[in-house]
Design a protein around this ligand. Structure first.
Ligand code: AP5
Length: 208
């Protein structure tokens, strides 16, 4: 299946996209993760992206479109994929339509205050990119990744003022994609409140 996961910051796109990708046996392609790797490696793209990401804005379309185009050409994406965090603008959606057809777009929606709680409590593994939450999805041993034992960190854009800015950016630039995909008959809406497993069941239901 060729899927897009859409939704505001902290809605649980990455969490659910990883579960669905595992279930379907397709890669999860997270533009946020790819960009963070570029920032950590100090590449030219990373240097251009860093300021936008830490300020809660979007990385310019041309950079993200080219990065995603190259990723979709990798052999593992031939049999399907889940795009997590792309597209985020109408221009990106139009570019994506020229690259590949889609089977569905899953839109996760959640109240803003809940989005803030999820993002402020998020902890990430800098080595294997596993994602935890201090209250709802804690690691077995405090501050340590279950999978690779690295020390967990907080994303630089998970400070509350930046989270609020990211939500504003989402409302202004990304939310118009809901209508865009609804008009094309691809949108599947999922309320993202509840336990991770409950939401996974809802997502699977709308994809049947
Ligand atoms: P990106 O990494 O994509 O961030 P985001 O869209 O802001 O989404 P998040 O990763 O914050 O949240 P999520 O919805 O994946 O939630 P998660 O599953 O982690 O992008 C970062 C930046 O990169 C952007 O701001 C932008 O600058 C740039 N960028 C990326 N793509 C771009 C593009 N296409 N164009 C331009 N710029 C781009 O869950 C959040 C927390 O909640 C976790 O701690 C999790 O454990 C917890 N949680 C999950 N589900 C539940 C649940 N059901 N109950 C309780 N807790 C839960």
């Amino acid at each position: 299946m060729r899927l897009v996961f859409l939704g505001p910051p902290g809605a649980g796109k990455g969490t659910q996209a990883a579960k669905v990708a595992n279930h379907l046996g397709v890669p999860r392609i997270s533009t946020g993760d790819i960009l963070r790797r570029h920032v950590a490696d100090g590449t030219e793209l990373g240097r251009k992206a860093k300021g936008h990401m830490e300020a809660g804005g979007l990385v310019p379309d041309d950079l993200v479109i080219e990065m995603t185009r190259l990723r979709l050409r990798q052999p593992d994406a031939k049999g399907g994929f889940i795009l997590d965090g792309f597209p985020r603008t109408i221009a990106q959606a139009e570019a994506l339509a020229k690259l590949t057809p889609l089977d569905a777009v899953v839109n996760l929606f959640l109240e803003p205050e809940e989005l803030i709680k999820r993002s402020t409590g998020r902890r990430v593994c800098p080595s294997c990119e596993a994602v935890y939450h201090i209250a709802s999805n804690p690691p077995k041993k405090g501050g340590v990744c279950d999978r690779c034992q690295s020390a967990l960190t907080t994303r630089p854009d998970d400070r509350e003022p930046v989270i609020r800015k990211r939500i504003e950016t989402y409302e202004r630039q990304t939310a118009p994609l809901i209508k865009y995909y609804r008009d094309r008959g691809l949108l599947r809406e999922v309320y993202a409140s509840g336990l991770i497993e409950e939401i996974f069941l809802r997502v699977r239901e709308v994809l049947k």
